[in-house]
Design a protein around this ligand. Structure first.
Ligand SMILES: C[S@@+](CC[C@H](N)C(=O)[O-])C[C@H]1O[C@@H](n2cnc3c(N)ncnc32)[C@H](O)[C@@H]1O
Length: 406
């Protein structure tokens, strides 16, 4: 009869006998779990050496003896000698210590589980019959893919203390949210969102999850930040898991800091899941690398909401890449200030609207004519403006050819 348990390995003494590839993999796992690992083997792998060098584990470079097991809570017999592994398993049995025998599961008292972690959930798969590591890993991977795909309802069934998770949803393409972001969405009792672009991500959210839209719509002003903060805190204090879904990365012009502050002030548990920011992803998807060897070695990200600030003007004049968010309305003023501040009027500029979505559109120009071109194409927010040589059309085709060592 075999049962699956979640053992707490933190600070527990674990003995690994053997220093090869199986032992290396296990050392990594046990160290990650916070165990106090001792390895005994005449020869040890480079990987195990590295752990020993970092002080993560203790290594004895010699053959194993029965007394090495004294005081251990768990033993892994992972040498390339099945007879020795069986002897270690026998010594463990005599001392009532759980033991995995890597060469014959039936000789040990524990079996290796294939594991994966998903937020605060762990999945473990073991074979109840003959050991078959490839098979249990395949099952683990299938379950993991299902959980990470956001298709499983991971809401807590037992009441607990509420929490807020700020999730960066990425720039628009629903494939560009992080794995942890998707997991968080499937844990949500409440989702507070402010972006039409996140609608596709909400398709898999169960029908009884409360989705609150606090964003601007054609017939409504956005909800003031103060009210959003109290909504997040209030629902969390009711014991709910509240996901605050935000475009791009929560901290880049996203007011995420204010929301986190409100949670901390109210004593509400808060987690931040970083997102792929539109500042880099939108140009990247449009074929614009924000830095490029031999073209631009620095990048400044700014808001154009209130025009161009002195740091951005200086960066544009110096030939750095400048990525401007929320700059469509103020574009004429930004261009005037940049040229007056020394920016070459022939500096390439690209404007990417609705980047990474099916509505993506790119308008190219140079500083001197970009306002006219934007008028002609009727550029509208949301858009990213990229100023600098990296914005010249066809740069990658020519730059890669010119720098073959890249
Ligand atoms: C309030 S800021 C939020 C930025 C976000 N936190 C991020 O990291 O991407 C909103 C601005 O981001 C830019 N933006 C966001 N998503 C975009 C997209 N898919 N295409 C173009 N610009 C985008 C626009 O300049 C928009 O006005």
């Amino acid at each position: 009869m075999t049962a699956l348990f979640g053992l707490d390995l933190k600070d527990k003494p674990i003995l690994i006998v053997g220093g090869g590839s199986v032992a290396s993999r296990r050392v990594r796992r046990f160290v990650a779990e916070g165990a106090r690992v001792t390895v005994v083997a005449p020869h040890i792998s480079d990987d195990i050496e590295r752990h020993a060098g970092h002080g993560d584990i203790v290594v004895h470079r010699r053959g194993v003896a029965p007394q090495d097991l004294d005081g251990a809570w768990f033993v892994l017999a992972a040498t390339d000698d099945p007879v020795l592994n069986d002897a270690v398993a026998q010594w463990a049995h005599e001392r009532q210590i759980w033991c995995i025998d890597a060469s014959d599961a039936s000789k040990g008292t524990a079996r290796q589980a294939a594991m994966s972690k998903h937020g605060d959930l762990g999945v473990g798969v073991i074979s109840l019959g003959a050991p078959d590591p490839g098979r249990i890993r395949a099952v683990r991977d299938a379950v993991a893919a299902h959980l990470d795909g956001g298709e499983v309802d991971l809401r807590r069934r037992r009441p607990g203390s509420g929490r807020v998770i700020l999730v960066g949803s990425g720039p628009g393409d629903p494939g560009l949210i992080t794995v942890r972001g998707r997991q968080a969405l499937s844990e949500a009792d409440v989702v507070v969102t402010d972006r039409l672009g996140t609608a596709e991500l909400l398709v898999t959210v169960p029908y009884d999850v409360d989705v609150v839209n606090v964003g601007k719509s054609p017939d409504r002003h956005p909800v003031p930040q103060r009210e959003i903060n109290s909504l997040l805190v209030g629902r969390a204090l009711e014991g709910k898991t509240v996901v605050r879904l935000k475009g791009g990365d929560p901290y880049l012009f996203g007011r995420g800091g204010e929301e986190v502050h409100a949670c901390i002030k109210a004593g509400v548990d808060v987690e931040v899941v970083p997102g792929i920011t539109s500042a880099f992803a939108v140009p990247a998807r449009a074929g614009i690398p924000v830095t490029q060897r031999g073209v631009s070695t620095s990048v400044l990200v700014t808001t154009g909401h209130a025009g161009a600030d002195p740091a951005s003007i200086a960066a544009m004049a110096a030939g750095a890449t400048v990525v401007i968010l929320m700059g469509v309305t103020a574009l004429p003023g930004i261009v005037d200030a940049a040229i007056a501040g020394g920016c070459d009027p022939e500096t390439p500029v690209a404007i990417v609207e609705n980047g990474t979505t099916v509505h993506e559109r790119v308008t190219h120009g140079v500083m001197a004519d970009i306002v006219r071109r934007a008028d002609e194409t009727d550029v509208k927010p949301p858009a990213i403006i990229v100023v600098g040589q990296v914005s010249q059309p066809g740069l990658l085709a020519s730059a890669v050819a010119a720098t073959p060592e890249l």
